[in-house]
Design a protein around this ligand. Sequence first.
Ligand SMILES: [Zn+2]
Length: 290
Amino acid sequence: MTAKTKLGSWEISTIEGGGLFLDGGAMFGSVPRVVWENCISPDSSHRIPLATRLMIAENPDMQRLVVIDAGVGDKEEQAFRDRFAVWLPEGSSGTPLERAIEGAGFDVNLVTDLIVTHLHFDHVGGATKIDSAAESVPVFPNARHWVQKRNWETALNPNIRERASYLRQNVEPLEATDLQLLDGSSEILPGISVEEVDGHTLGMQTVRIEGGGKVVRYLADLAPTIHHLKAAWTMGYDINPLKVVAEKQALLEAAVEEDALLALEHDPENPWARIEQDQGRYRAEPVSLE
Ligand SMILES: [Zn+2]
C-alpha cells in the first residue's frame, strides 16, 4: 500500500511510475566513479537504475486530484526502450501513467491537474499515448496541465545538447489540453506552489506543498536521488552546474528551516528524505513513512 502523509486538507503520496537506466557517469557529473559506484552500483553497461517516481496530491474539499510528472510512457520504439532499459508499471490495461495511478488506489477519471516539472522525456512521456490513428494524444485531455513558459519554449526549440531529451511527440499534443504556461514561481492552487529553477534546464519547476504546519517538496531533477542532496554533486546533464549548486544550497537551507519532507523522483530506493544540519554541514537522511 502507498504510504500517505496529510498536510492540512491535502493528502500526499508518492507512486511508482516505472523507471529507466541511465549512464552512471552522466548522472554523477564530476564525481569520480570510485566514489559514486558505492552509492548506486552500475550494470555491465555502466548504467544505474533510476525510478520515475510520481506524486499525487488529493484534496476532496477542493475536488482536486493533482498528479506530478508522468514517467517515460510507452510511445517510443523498442530500440529506445532497450537503450534505457525502461520498465513500466505492471498490468496491461490503460497507459503506464494510468496503471501507476490506479495501482496506488486512485481513480484516473478524477485527475484534475498534471504538474509537469519539465518536458524531458522521462518526466512527461507518460502524459501522452498513441491513439488508434497512430497519433500522439494527451492521456488526460481534460486535465489542467501546468508547465513553465520558458521550459515549453525550450522544448519546442531545444539546443542541440538537450535535443535528445525533448521529443516533439511528448510536447506538442499537450497544447490541446487546458495548458497553463507559467511565468516563474507562483501558488497555483491553495497550498501548492511551483518554484522555477534553471540550472538543470531552462524553466524546470519544483513543487512545494504546505498544509497543517508541514511542508513537502518534490525536487524533480534538482536532486534526483538522495546522493544528489550534496550541493556540489551535479549531473553531466545539467546545463548550468554552478546554478544548480546555488539553487540546491537555497533548497537545503529552506528544507532545514521548514523541516521539509523531500520527495526524490529518481532514487531507486529512497522515496523520501529529510535534511539534518550537523556542525554547519547538511546531511540527507532517508525517511520511511510506513
Ligand atoms: Zn531532466
